[in-house]
Write a protein that binds this ligand. Structure first.
Ligand code: SAH
Ligand code: SF4
Ligand code: F3S
Length: 443
């Protein structure tokens, strides 16, 4: 028997890249590769990259530089770049970094086996097409390995919104939804392999409009209701949503779909209407607040998270203050904030930029507000009973860690619990980044 070849994948960026990395590992599994956790003993290194901000893209080149010695020692080592940097600047990568043998864009992963063979034969292999065939369809023959309790499932990809700062419409292409039957089949398969919580993924997941088994277009709400019927699946989440695609059925599902968790990531980016307009977001701060009111009317304990960009071109102190005011009003359980980063080819990159020190100072102010808010929301869980899906042992003996329905990490001292157990937990205390509690009942 020949030794299996070893594959090391390093994943950057969003959850969709995490999902894609699993699919790439499966595609190369068919070529005799098994995954390894160390680049040092790999026969193939794949970087699954992110292009969303300049720093994210630069990381790729510095990481590639580190493999120089390894490649010198091991001439058979193949190095590949996948993901959004590959899509955006594939040819430049090949030019700038001769170590790279293979470049593959996010829509071409099903072609990896051919690309790998080409790279093995000593040629450079590059594929950044947006092919006609469905990459998910070709990738569906996955090995039946046991899985952990939580999984991602991509249902929609690409984006037609063209926010003025964002590369996603260029790197991931136009919005495409997978047919509902495929999604449901994949969900059942995941459940058969031990998964109890599925997070549906899409760059604009709530714009989902896949073909249903009845031939009609299914909305995300309809898909969630069908998933709700799968025995053994206990929890459903979805991310990321755009405020404009939050329809009535989806708002209602938050109120009455038992398996849909009370957590919603709903980025607003800014609280200033002038900036929102310049960002091409096509919603206002007011319409966002009204939407949140409707969501909270349907599900009063809904925990919200958001994304914010500070220092977008033309952002005045008053615009920034409007963002802080919006955050105060919404009270986020989590929020992610970023300094605006110019992305080549996007409209806002051409505009006059704010000084770096202004961006830094605003980011700090915004993050201290968010940190305070996050902590308040987390602390407010103390004394409550939540449901926790346990995922793995904690750092200390006898400790187990899982996530509450609100996505807070929860620790308990309970050596008998196994990963995949769902339990009612009374929250006793709130620490820096997690809650601690006592198991009241196993569900
Ligand atoms: N599809 C999602 C988010 C995609 S990117 C949505 O519509 O909200 C994730 C986050 O990165 C964005 O929400 C935004 O806050 C941030 N982001 C995107 N482009 C950026 C840029 N050029 N500079 C700084 N942050 C950016
Ligand atoms: Fe980017 Fe806007 Fe599309 Fe989100 S909605 S992926 S921020 S263009
Ligand atoms: Fe990054 Fe591409 Fe995701 S740019 S955030 S990896 S869609």
């Amino acid at each position: 028997m020949t030794e299996p070849k070893k594959l090391f994948i390093k994943t950057y960026g969003c959850q969709m890249n995490v999902y894609d990395s699993e699919r790439m590992a499966e595609a190369l599994g068919g070529q005799g590769y098994v995954e390894t956790k160390s680049a040092d003993d790999a026969d193939m290194i794949l970087l699954n990259t992110c292009h969303i901000r300049e720093k994210a893209a630069e990381k790729v080149y510095s990481e590639l530089g580190r493999y120089k010695g390894l490649k010198a020692e091991k001439p058979d080592l193949k190095i590949g770049v996948a993901g959004c940097v590959a899509q955006a600047e594939g040819e430049e990568i090949m030019r700038r970094q001769p170590l790279v043998d293979l470049v593959v864009g996010p829509q071409s992963y099903h072609r990896l086996p051919e690309l790998e063979a080409k790279a093995r034969s000593g040629e450079k292999a590059l594929d950044t097409d947006f092919p006609e065939e469905d990459k998910f369809d070709v990738l569906k023959n996955r090995p039946k390995a046991k899985r952990g309790p939580t999984a991602f499932l991509t249902v929609q990809e690409g984006c037609d919104k063209f926010c003025a700062f964002c590369v996603v419409p260029y790197t991931r292409g136009a919005e495409v939804s997978r047919p509902a039957t495929r999604v449901l089949d994949e969900a059942r398969d995941l459940v058969d392999r031990g998964v109890r919580e599925i997070t549906l993924l899409g760059q604009n997941v709530n714009a989902y409009h896949g073909e249903g088994p009845d031939g009609a277009d299914w909305s995300l709400a309809r898909l969630i209701w069908a998933l709700n019927d799968i025995d053994g699946l206990e929890r459903i989440r979805f991310t990321t949503s755009h405020p404009n695609d939050m329809d009535d059925d989806l708002i209602e599902a938050h109120g009455n779909c038992a398996k849909l968790m009370p957590y919603l990531h709903l980025p607003v980016q800014s609280g200033s209407d002038h900036i929102l307009k310049r960002m091409n977001r096509s919603h206002t701060a007011e319409s966002y607040i009204r939407l949140i009111e409707r969501l909270r009317a349907a599900r009063p304990d809904l925990l919200l998270s958001g994304d914010f960009i500070v220092g977008f071109p033309e952002e005045s102190e008053a615009d920034f203050q409007a963002t802080l005011d919006l955050i105060e009003e919404v009270k986020y359980g989590y929020a992610y904030s970023f300094k605006y980063s110019t992305r080549p080819g996007t409209p806002a990159a051409e505009r006059a930029q704010l000084p770096e020190d202004v961006k830094d100072e605003r980011l700090q102010r915004l993050q201290s507000l968010i940190t305070r808010q996050q902590r308040e929301v987390q602390d407010s869980m103390v004394g409550k009973t939540v449901s926790v899906l346990f995922e793995k042992p904690g750092r200390f003996a006898g400790q187990m860690v899982g996530k509450s329905e609100y996505l807070h990490a929860v620790h308990v001292q309970s050596p008998d619990l196994t990963p995949g157990t769902l339990a009612k937990v009374h929250i006793d205390s709130s620490g820096a980044n997690s809650l601690s509690g006592t198991v009241k009942a196993v569900l």
